[in-house]
Design a protein around this ligand. Sequence first.
Ligand code: CUA
Length: 152
Amino acid sequence: TYEKTWLAVAMVLIVGFIATVTYGAVGPGIAMIDDDGGSIDPDTINDDERFSETGVTHVGGNEYEANIVAQAWSYSPSEITVPANSEVTFYVTSRDVTHSFTVVGTNINTMVVPGEVSQMTAEFDEPGEYGILCNEYCGEYHHTMEGKLNVV
Ligand code: CUA
């Protein structure tokens, strides 16, 4: 009957919709956990062991740590590279005003507030190149605040 046909069509649409939403939430090979990285005094960022040397550190196995400081109008470091099939925990803080740390094409998108450490863990399965940008208005050169993430 027509009713059964329409029911089947509706089911297909619902399953398709759920699949789309799930895929959109996870992104291309990227799963993430958002955490609170705690607080930090913006004046003593350089004394914190996570930020005294910014950049990527191999923690063990497939685990990496990326320590990044945002400051008007750049990220330190501006370019980071991690291997494919890695799990990366990002620790990001700000030296001055509120910025964001947004990796374009992924669901990594966090506010970066002075005095706080934003912490996220993401898995990168496939090699790729991602733009990093600030989508929180942070002053005159906000639009130039960008970086790059390489998965190799
Ligand atoms: Cu930093 Cu906008």
